[in-house]
Ligand binder design. Structure first.
Ligand code: ES4
Ligand code: ZN
Length: 324
């Protein structure tokens, strides 16, 4: 089955490129940029990846990305990811990144934008992987800052496929970011938002109704609100579910207890994704294989979730038709 899952052309819609930073590259970039890391070996870094919840992961995630300084660093990070994605049989990737997390460290917008865009171009020619870029805002920071950063990113607006919303979800409802999502939408840039990962179903409803997002990242807690489930099903709103992430961050104790089968039985538009593969123990193929083990899904089940992703992707229509 693993070989068959690898050969299945897959689209990854929920991926934080900073979360693809493997400890080996972290050390190489720390050396290149004279950054001192709090751990003295690759093994010690990996051993620290034992999380209690989303905030306990985010601390290490923001610390880890401190080695990323130049355009070349972002390029190398993304190319290392594309090589692994290609090995996993991924043919389309939507990279989210957190510009504010870099700006606060004194890293200008040019570095992530130009580095990631160059990597996306090279992934197309080297691996025939198509890609999209999602500029995410940090929900645990001021909404005025998000607006300001979006304006500052004007030179790259034509290259942004969507805006997103991530970081610590609890007590940070999405509605505060209505203005920046509306600004983006007026310019033809759609929105996606993390909601219902650790936060309640009400945040999914708010992201959908107030931010008018076209996809929900995670969304697994929608099952707590049957009326919301019915509406998400009717509108076929894609949920970018990340099984290994949810287990690592203790959204569920084990994958066997994960609501993925229930979400699919409820008729929801579910996709499978890796989120932060360097931190959560695996890429796309590992997530697919884990679902095969935990849920005994058949080839038809995987074809179904993969088709959902291709249909929900920010992708040229000719490319979508060729892949579907
Ligand atoms: C994230 Cl797993 C997750 N949730 C929310 N924000 C994030 N940023 C990076 N990974
Ligand atoms: Zn995420």
């Amino acid at each position: 089955m693993t070989d068959w899952l690898r050969a299945l052309p897959k689209a990854e819609l929920h991926l934080h490129i900073e979360g693809t930073l493997e400890p080996e590259l972290m050390f190489a970039l720390a050396e290149r940029n004279s950054v001192t890391l709090p751990h003295d070996s690759v093994e010690a870094v990996r051993a620290a990846y034992d999380f209690e919840d989303l905030p306990s992961f985010l601390g290490l995630y923001y610390q880890g990305m401190g080695v990323l300084h130049t355009q070349d660093d972002f390029y190398d990070l993304a190319m290392a990811y594309f090589a692994r994605a290609h090995e996993d049989g991924v043919v389309h990737v939507e990279l989210s990144f957190d510009p504010q997390a870099h700006l606060v460290r004194g890293v200008p917008l040019e570095a992530p934008f130009e580095g990631l865009l160059a990597a996306c171009r090279d992934a197309e020619s080297r691996y025939a992987i198509s890609s999209a870029l999602i500029m995410s805002f940090l929900r645990d920071r001021d909404s005025a800052e998000a607006l300001e950063v979006f304006e500052q990113a004007t030179p790259w607006h034509a290259m942004i496929d969507a805006v997103g919303l991530d970081s610590a979800e609890r007590d940070n409802p999405p509605g505060r970011f209505a203005e920046v999502f509306a600004r983006a939408r007026e310019m033809g840039i759609p929105g996606v938002a993390h909601a219902g990962e650790e936060g309640p179903a009400a945040y999914i409803r708010e992201a959908w109704e107030v931010l008018e997002v076209c996809r929900i990242d995670h969304g697994v807690r929608c099952l707590e609100d049957p009326e919301l489930v019915a509406r998400l099903r009717e509108a076929r709103v894609p949920l970018t579910v990340c099984p290994l992430s949810n287990v690592k961050l203790k959204v569920t104790d084990t994958l066997a207890e994960h609501p993925l089968p229930a979400l699919r039985e409820a008729g929801l538009n579910v996709t499978l994704n890796s989120d932060d593969p360097a931190y959560f123990g695996g890429g796309m193929l590992d997530n697919y294989a884990a679902c095969h083990t935990a849920f005994d899904w058949t080839r038809d089940d995987f074809i179904d979730v993969t088709r959902n992703a291709l249909q929900a992707a920010f992708m040229a229509e000719e490319r979508r038709e060729a892949l579907l």
